[in-house]
Write a protein that binds this ligand. Structure first.
Ligand SMILES: [Zn+2]
Length: 282
């Protein structure tokens, strides 16, 4: 997708001081706990963060000026094109549902970053913050996906972005706030089950994006779908738990098993409209 348009909603905060200190809602032991939980259980701790953060209430946040990535930065420009593609797909789909799509911003950071959901570190993986409607990604995660999780390739990366944008769609449609409220009132096991439903729905929405984006612009190349499925399987809770501690505890799943995540992605790929995803387990 080299000649696709780029998004105006990319913020390049790489190389800026972020993270430690200043307006943190999740800090100290809380942050350590979030990092550990996320490393063991999934790729995006957005839900965990906002649970700790009282449902993702806005924190005092310094507005960082948006900065476009340098022209020669192929990785960042790829992210920008994928983001632009999600804007096209979701603007059209929201219009079809008589809704207006408010595009999220995507923040590239390195090491640590201050988000509206608290401070975050790159070890936590990409996440979506509902309070400031931003997706946060440290591009080193993509290298890790390729090297450590065995899910290399452009489309695997696009799937991760589309999954996070899926959480934004859930936020705009009210599903995410309702789920967070339900989680606060729920016992741990039930809260985990709610998280799994939300995560599988985001996978489904990512699959929906992939098919629609291909219909609009012919973005898919041979092997892309397999790459997306491979990425979905690589970040399944069973696979991550097996890798992290050599055993699997189903009740502790927060994102769904590899098989569930692949199935959710496939469901989205063949869905006639986004409602098919949004009505599943909302
Ligand atoms: Zn997620």
């Amino acid at each position: 997708m080299d000649d696709e348009r780029e998004s105006a909603n990319l913020e390049d905060r790489r190389g800026q001081r972020g993270g430690i200190g200043g307006g943190a809602r999740v800090g100290g032991l809380g942050l350590v706990a979030v990092v550990v939980v996320s490393l063991l259980f999934g790729v995006d701790p957005g839900t965990v963060l906002s649970m700790l953060d009282g449902g993702g209430a806005p924190t005092t946040q310094q507005q960082q000026p948006a900065a476009a990535p340098p022209r020669e930065d192929a990785e960042a420009r790829f992210v920008s094109r994928v983001l632009a593609s999600t804007e096209d797909v979701w603007t059209a789909e929201f219009a079809r549902l008589n809704l207006r799509y408010e595009a999220p911003r995507l923040v590239l950071f390195s090491g640590a970053v201050q988000s509206g959901c608290g401070n975050a570190q790159s070890a936590m993986g990409p996440f979506y913050c509902p309070a400031d409607k931003r997706v946060y990604i440290d591009l080193s995660f993509f290298r890790e996906m390729g090297q450590r999780l065995g899910a290399p390739g452009d489309f695997a990366q696009a799937y991760v972005i589309a999954h996070e944008v899926g959480h934004h769609v859930q936020n705009l449609t009210g599903i995410l706030p309702r789920a967070h409220a339900a989680q606060q009132a729920a016992a741990p096991r039930e809260a985990n089950a709610i998280s799994v439903r939300i995560e599988l729905m985001a996978d489904c929405l990512a699959g929906f994006w992939a098919r629609r984006a291909d219909e609009l612009r012919g973005i898919l190349e041979a092997g892309d779908i397999e790459e997306g499925m491979g990425a979905a399987a690589a970040v399944g809770d069973d696979r991550l738990q097996q890798r992290a501690r050599g055993s699997v505890v189903t009740e502790s799943f927060t994102h769904g098993s590899s098989a569930q995540r692949v199935l959710a992605f496939k469901t989205g790929m063949t869905a006639p409209g986004a409602q098919t995803c949004l009505e599943r387990g909302g």
